[in-house]
Design a protein around this ligand. Sequence first.
Ligand code: GRF
Length: 197
Amino acid sequence: MKRRVAIFASGGGSNMAALLASMGKDHPAEPCIVFSNDPEAGALSKARAAGVPIAALSHRPFGQDRAGFEAGIQTILQEAKPDIICLAGFMRILTEGFIECWRGKMLNIHPSLLPKYRGLHTHSRALEAGDAEHGCTVHEVTPELVAGPILGQARVVIHPGDTAEDLAARVLEQEHVLYPMVLERFARGERQRVDLP
Ligand code: GRF
């Protein structure tokens, strides 16, 4: 039986779209829902156009009440019944309680070669540090921020004169290759790390 995948996205959803496109007929997983904390997120309209069920719950009315917001997400997930959750540009920090509930079943993509550059502005930080290479990482989500077991990394060379935007675009291309590859393996039960190229 196919593993059911929930994808969480806050923005345009290009990673989400790459994941959806990858889950074809012979894939071990299928999308069961795309969720966003932003009812206006581009990710939701893309998912709807792809015929995938969508759900939105704005975090805003909950203010500091993260647990209340997450209780709302759990209600949505009770119905969608995912086996795997893929965070794909999901811009809310999840509580330990939520993460523990989905431990071993939740993946995230981060635009840096972890453990370098947790947090935001990873492309400009890599440039400012004078790094020769940069990239992206797919990892399991654990309560410590962006620090769970690494399932895959893709590297890009930093060229002289690169701007943060240049680098972001090249890394994003790799994200769209790496995340589907890792999800496919993960859905088959493989936890061994892959490295691209
Ligand atoms: C990606 O760079 C992802 O790694 C980061 O946010 C961006 C999301 O882009 N966390 P998209 O919404 O998938 O296009």
